[in-house]
Design a binder for this molecule. Structure first.
Ligand code: RIB
Ligand code: CA
Length: 308
């Protein structure tokens, strides 16, 4: 039985690879795609979703355009994907198909209401559309099986320290609505996504997938890795593909329950995701957090989906 999912994304190189994996996996029924601002403005992320989906032959999957700015703050664009949101690749032709007539938030509600069974939501960008969905259409929550999102950072380890992760930082108010929505939610954060880095060994394996799709993915990752190397001194982290992969094979990650709060008031820490691992605030657990990942099995799954 394939898993029905909706991917809410801000392509974005890693979002684009998550789209490729979702469409190519026989175990996933990609019901629809919604776009949000984040890595690039909504016009660019929507253009990229359309042209990536056309390129991989997914013209039948509906795409609905979403929010152009966060719920309560100005848009702060991500810096990992270039102005187009998908720099560094031979320009994929633009799609000539239109997005859905409904706004993404309403399309999400329609797709969920019409679904014969509950759908897994996979947000891989800022959570603006999902937060607004819960404000405008709270009745759809029972039609969501679970949310598996890329977002947050919880264990402040010394090898890299960042108080916030971009998807949450970009729209903290939306993230606060989602973590307290009551919908079963797993947060796949930097703690694990920074362990699935594309570096030379991974490039070697990708070069062996010598297909038109493999070559485009290689181009995307060459740009993405170079930019990451320049800014963070590490390879390109496959953040969003890991969130998608965790839906396909939950055993790729280990998770634990926790109460997570999103800092909305910090002057330098707003957008931080703070987990109360020891229950000191005596608040009920509201999400699960990814705590470890089997990186080798993740890459094996990625190569398989690109190759088959
Ligand atoms: O912090 C990583 C997240 O920010 C990923 O979703 C990436 O695409 C960017 O949106
Ligand atoms: Ca993203």
């Amino acid at each position: 039985m394939s898993i029905p999912i909706i991917l809410d994304c801000d392509p974005g190189h890693d979002d684009a690879i998550a789209l490729v994996m979702a469409h190519r996996s026989p175990d996933i029924d990609l019901v629809g795609v919604t776009t949000v601002c984040g890595n690039a403005p909504i016009e660019a992320t929507t253009r990229n979703a359309l042209r990536v989906m056309d390129f991989i032959g997914a013209e039948e999957v509906p795409i609905a355009r979403g929010c152009y700015r966060p719920l309560a703050r100005p848009l702060r664009l991500g810096t990992a994907d270039g102005p187009s949101g998908l720099d560094g690749t031979p320009d994929l032709p633009d799609s000539d198909r239109a997005v859905e007539p409904q706004h993404a938030v309403d399309a999400l509600a329609t797709w969920l209401r019409e679904a014969p069974e509950p759908i897994t939501l996979v947000p891989t960008g800022p959570l603006t559309n999902i937060g607004l969905l819960f404000l405008k259409h709270p009745d759809v929550k029972p039609k969501i099986k679970e949310i598996v999102l890329m977002g947050g950072v919880f264990y402040r380890r010394s090898e890299y320290f960042t108080p916030t992760e971009f998807n949450i930082f970009c729209d903290p108010e939306a993230a606060a609505i989602v973590v307290d929505s009551g919908v079963p939610t797993t947060m796949v954060g930097l703690d694990v996504t920074m362990q699935v880095l594309v570096e030379e060994p991974q490039f070697e394996a990708l070069r062996e997938i010598d297909t038109p799709l493999g070559r485009v993915v290689l181009d995307w990752l060459a740009f993405y890795e170079k930019l990451h190397r320049g800014t963070m001194g590490v390879g390109g982290a496959l953040h969003d593909p890991l969130a998608l992969a965790a839906v396909l094979d939950p055993s790729l990650i280990e998770t634990r329950p926790a109460h997570v709060a999103v800092d909305l008031r910090g002057t330098v820490t707003f957008g931080a995701t703070v987990a109360d691992f020891w229950g000191e605030r005596e608040l009920p657990d509201n999400v699960r957090i990814a705590t470890s990942v089997d990186a080798d099995r993740f890459f094996a799954l990625l190569y398989k989906l690109l190759r088959d």
